[in-house]
Ligand binder design. Structure first.
Ligand code: HEC
Ligand code: HEC
Length: 341
């Protein structure tokens, strides 16, 4: 008899807890891992221990990324300079910050940013979490001290609730940087026509595109000596001879080594057809101008890479090379509604 009662009670408890929506269950929804699909050919993603990619962090990070509440005059957000349809660039030579103040460099794309070893064109920032802080204190970007930004979120009933749901605490710089970085790690682009050809063995490239690929890899052009591997970059810093005297000294800003003057990170070429204008200062409008520059071999700066040698290229070959670069566009990434607010 006693035993039976106990069993009866036990079952009752189980039924109760599985039927009634209680608060704990809602919280744990936020803690579930966000589904990440690593495309064929990509390396594994390294994720810091203190920032698991959870559904809650990604959703909150996305809201913050596109919310102008984080700029001094509430006019711009991260998403103003990093727009999804342009692979998270902004089509400006130099990005415009609050009050249209002109920035110092061209806005880089954020596709596959999770796989980068260092951040910024000079490699001056070691983690994605730390990077989030940079635009705040920058007078030319958000121009809002991060302490003031957090206070703004604290005074906002909606964000106080959201940070409680996701981090179990009030808005903080810790939560702000973790959420945005978690969102950025979901920006994975590996579904271009080139990927389908190269990694999935589908016969999707036409003759012009295949000729362009051969040119890209050729000993004469040597594009893939620097733009190598699955991300089309070796993540090195190189001087390509854009200037004889660089006002922006690039990598040397961080290392203070004159041998690094004028060296900038070799950028990825994925989605390159939609990220114009090009180079660290957005000096070239079109891919054709970029190719003409490489064909010239660059100016004779003492730090210029030895791989930079002039080559000749016909108009038809140039068209083929551009056709190949266009196969690196990943339409499904650029149009993915889940990346948008
Ligand atoms: C005013 C335009 C502007 C705003 C606003 C802005 N960025 Fe950027 N972002 C840039 C520029 C320009 C760079 C390149 C800086 C450099 O290389 O020195 C950059 C670099 C980055 C990078 C490094 C990418 C790489 O390849 O190394 C990340 C990540 C990034 N921004 C994320 C953000 C986030 C998150 C925010 C909001 C908190 C934000 N940005 C706000 C213009 C902007
Ligand atoms: C010595 C290494 C090296 C070689 C060889 C090289 N590149 Fe680059 N490439 C770079 C660097 C470094 C930059 C960035 C320069 C800057 O930011 O100002 C760049 C920039 C670019 C850009 C603009 C990217 C952007 O986001 O602004 C394109 C397009 C490009 N290269 C294509 C090519 C092609 C095509 C070839 C072959 C003809 C080639 N590169 C050869 C190092 C190289």
């Amino acid at each position: 008899m006693k035993l039976l009662t106990h069993i009866g009670l036990g079952i009752g408890v189980i039924l109760l807890s599985s039927c009634e929506p209680d608060e704990k269950e809602l919280t744990s929804e936020n803690d579930l891992p966000f589904p990440i699909e690593i495309p064929a050919g990509f390396p594994a993603m390294e994720v810091p221990n203190d920032n698991p990619i959870t559904r809650g962090r990604v959703a909150l990070g996305k809201e913050l990324f596109f919310d102008p509440i984080l700029s001094k005059d509430r006019s711009i957000s991260c998403g103003s300079c990093h727009q999804p349809e342009f692979s998270f660039t902004d089509q400006e030579a130099l990005s415009l910050g609050v009050e249209d103040r002109i920035g110092e460099r061209n806005s880089p794309q954020l596709a596959n940013v999770a796989f980068k070893p260092l951040f910024f064109k000079d490699g001056g920032i070691p983690t994605l979490e730390l990077q989030v802080l940079a635009p705040f204190d920058n007078h030319l970007e958000l121009d809002l001290n991060v302490v003031d930004a957090v206070n703004r979120l604290m005074n906002d009933a909606y964000y106080t609730k959201r940070f409680q749901e996701v981090f179990d605490e009030n808005p903080s710089a810790f939560g702000l940087t973790r959420a945005i970085a978690a969102y950025e790690r979901t920006l994975i682009s590996g579904n271009s026509r080139f990927d389908r050809y190269f990694y999935q063995n589908e016969d999707v490239l036409n003759d012009a595109e295949l000729r362009g690929l051969e040119l890209f890899r050729s000993d004469e052009l040597k594009c893939n000596s620097c733009h190598s591997g699955v991300f089309f970059t070796n993540f090195q810093y190189e001087n390509v001879g854009l200037e004889l005297n660089y006002v922006d000294s690039g990598r040397a800003r961080i290392t203070l080594d004159p041998a690094d003057a004028g060296k900038f990170e070799v950028p990825t070429l994925r989605n390159i057809a939609v990220t114009q204008p090009y180079m660290f200062d957005g000096r070239f409008e079109t891919l054709e101008e970029v190719i003409d520059f490489f064909a010239s071999g660059g100016l004779e700066h003492p730090n210029k890479s030895e791989l930079m040698q002039p080559f000749s290229i016909s108009e038809e070959e140039k068209a083929d090379l551009i056709a190949f670069l266009e196969t690196l566009t990943d339409e499904s990434f650029l149009n993915d509604p889940s990346h948008r607010p």
